[in-house]
Design a protein around this ligand. Sequence first.
Ligand code: NAP
Length: 282
Amino acid sequence: LGLTRLGVLGWPVAHSRSPAMHGAALRELGLDGWRYQRLPVPPEAFAETVRALPALGFRGVNVTIPHKEAALALADRASPAARAIGAANTLTFAEGEIAAENTDAPGLMRALGAVPGSALVLGAGGSARAAAYALARAGAEVAVWNRTPERALRLAAELGVTAAAGAVEAAALVNCTSVGLHDPSSTFKELPVSADALGRYACVVDLVYRDGGTELLHEAQRRGCRVVDGLEVLVHQGALSLEIWTGRPAPVDAMRQAARRELSPQPALRRPSAAAPGDAVG
Ligand code: NAP
């Protein structure tokens, strides 16, 4: 009753850490009447579901795989960043309108802290587009490598960066492929860089995150690189979304702690103040 709702739409979305992260943030901010919930929605029901959310008390939602392009397409307004990237991860409902933003791009820059002079982005999917856009806008010289070279060429032409045929030197290496997510042992077979070559990059970022860390970051750390993991990027994109919805500075430390707390497969330790199981739409 009278709740202000937020959530994350994905398919699947069961393993998203966003509900834990935003739940902790809402508690920290003392926003007792706010809830953030998982919204598993298949692609065919995406647009219809989003349009129904404002009437159910939703202020905004995060959008994840596979809905980020569809989110941009259905919005009434979109930021220049979301338009250039071609995807939105944040929708805000206000005054009868749906506004689209992409906080993956500034989230990466906040996680990085300082702007690297140059960056090699691996991948040409949605997250690579956000990374290349953010880094180039911030003034870095950006090269993009992708397994399927045509996609790197298209990304490069559209975003005004360079396509690379291999692992060119740069200050930062940013992995935006899904390599390392399911089979860590194949990481250096599938990426164009060997473990020994990682030492050439002062900073290595891996958007992929998994319990125990990724092979790419383990090897980078062993070679003295500064490393930034995908959870740190997730925390900052979430913080930026929350700031849009609440108009208040996000409690980043509380969000980081909640995101990093290892998720047990059994949701037995549900915190009493988190959204209850029945606290869902419909
Ligand atoms: P996407 O649009 O599906 O793009 C996937 C990319 O990975 C493509 O460039 C693809 O290359 C490449 N790839 C897949 N398998 C490969 C392989 N075996 N060898 C070499 N390249 C391969 O996905 P996305 O949305 O950009 O996400 C990419 C990863 O980043 C995901 O694992 C996701 O979990 C992670 N992510 C993290 C955050 C965060 O906040 N930390 C945010 C977004 C995404 P081709 O073009 O050749 O297929």
